[in-house]
Design a protein around this ligand. Structure first.
Ligand code: ZN
Length: 273
């Protein structure tokens, strides 16, 4: 049975250091080869799935070097015995044969890597949720940048293979909301490692990274917690249920940046896997 025990909300602003391109939008007035994604109101936004992908790979790159932490980085490897996600097909066959659900749960608990446990795998749901990021401050217009297709053999630009793409300008900001449910110490630590990268200005998002696009950072971080495990949980549950705004539903953590640092350090000292 799934039971809500703890919940965290990380709120803040995602600010662009360089221009941002998340393609996939419909053709619009800008008349470009690669338009950005927009809301039905025609405003640029960042899909939660794009942010999650960038955040996950940021965490995975660091997780590789951490003691006591495992990550398959979603690299499929039939020979690997590390995480079932990495040898997906073989494991899928084993799962089919498992009659007992308890056996499956225990196997996944034992075998899934830490980043698959947090961000989800073909067998388990994610514990971390990224909302779509609405645009807050921006110039009100996007820009179109020129690109060229490089000939791999001559390394010269192919004259007739020019293309352009739409970008959101640097300094634009987006509203960020990340939720985390029932995290283990490792889940919380890994989420904080990701947040710390973005707080330090090492974050990125979106496409055309090779042109330096999508560099960004998190500012104005606020952390809220719902704790239904320790003493006083009845009152916290009441507060959570009667209010509608996250700020009133949950308890705000006083020093969010210190909280992120402490949870990051906790994962380094952790012995559990
Ligand atoms: Zn994995």
């Amino acid at each position: 049975m799934w039971e809500l025990k703890t919940k965290y909300l990380f709120k803040g602003r995602l600010e662009l250091k360089t221009a941002l391109h998340i393609g996939g939008g419909r053709l619009n007035m800008m008349n470009t080869d690669s338009p950005i994604v927009r809301t039905p109101e025609e405003l640029p936004f960042i899909p939660g799935s794009s942010f999650k992908g960038a955040f996950r790979s940021t965490v995975e790159k660091i997780a590789v070097s951490l003691p006591n932490i495992t990550t398959c980085q979603l690299i499929e490897d039939e020979k690997s015995k590390n995480c079932p996600t990495a040898y997906h097909k073989e494991f899928a066959k084993q799962v089919e044969k498992m009659k007992d659900e308890k056996e499956l749960v225990e196997t996944l608990k034992e075998k899934l890597c830490n980043t698959c446990k947090l961000f989800g795998s073909p067998y388990t749901a994610s514990k971390i949720f990224f909302h779509d990021l609405k645009i807050l401050d921006w110039a009100g217009v996007t820009q179109v940048r020129d690109g060229v297709v490089i000939d791999r053999d001559s390394e010269r630009a192919k004259d007739k293979l020019k293309y352009d793409f739409e970008v959101v300008a640097p300094s634009s900001t987006f509203d960020m909301e990340i939720w985390l449910e029932n995290p283990s110490k490792q889940d919380l630590g890994l989420a904080c490692i990701g947040l710390n990268e973005y707080l330090s200005g090492m974050g990125y998002i979106g496409g055309i990274k090779s042109r330096g696009l999508g560099s960004c950072f998190i500012s104005d971080l606020k952390v809220y917690k719902l704790d239904l495990e320790s003493e006083g949980k009845e009152e916290r549950l009441r507060k959570y249920l009667i209010h509608t705004e996250p700020e009133k539903k949950m308890d705000e953590i006083k020093n969010p940046e210190q909280f992120v640092q402490e949870k990051t350090e906790a994962i380094l000292l952790s012995k559990e896997v």
